[in-house]
Design a binder for this molecule. Sequence first.
Ligand SMILES: [Zn+2]
Ligand SMILES: [Zn+2]
Length: 224
Amino acid sequence: MLVGRENPADNEPFRHPPETPMFPSHYACSSCHEKFEFAFREAWYYVGTEPVGNQVAYDDLLSVNIRPAWCKDCDCLCLVEDIASVRVFEDAYGAARGGRKVDYPGDTEYMDAAGALKEIEDQLRWRMGRRQAPRALCCGGARYQLMNVAQPLLKHAQCDFGVVEPKSCFVGAYCGPGPGERSPANLRVYDAEGDLIGQLTWNKREQRMWAVEPLQYPLPVADN
Ligand SMILES: [Zn+2]
Ligand SMILES: [Zn+2]
């Protein structure tokens, strides 16, 4: 006879990493106070099977997990893909199947059980197929320094003593129309390997579609 286990961990949300720090709103130099901002703060994978046309279905989009970083090629604050091991994705999938909330590789806090399971299953399928190492989403490059690690701090290049530190400010609740309704949202879309392929412009809620325009990484500057 099966007996339900009295394991409190079974009811706790699955988190990776266990203590997820708040994503900073911007960074600033500790000495000269120069402010560094993200050019964009969210990104999506297109995981549909057909080539992208002028619109994509909600169901063919997957949120990109991101970490703040400094891109040494673009010399800017940027986002880098946050890609944990397959094992972490499998554990999250197990947790979602067990009805637990998951916050990585997808945040299921406000999803119903079926939606949560689909989200994590889609993330696991994407992870199984992913080959390349995490890329900086500004240029697709690999020359970056992660900013959400304790050490080392990033020294501000122009300053003798300054380091670039995270700053957060309270962002109030927003109740107006969502992005892509009164003006184009311009959210970046990448293929499964992190190549920039387009940007989402207008949100067509009734059809569960986003209009999409082509967009590509800037061509790398040749090293001569
Ligand atoms: Zn400085
Ligand atoms: Zn870059």
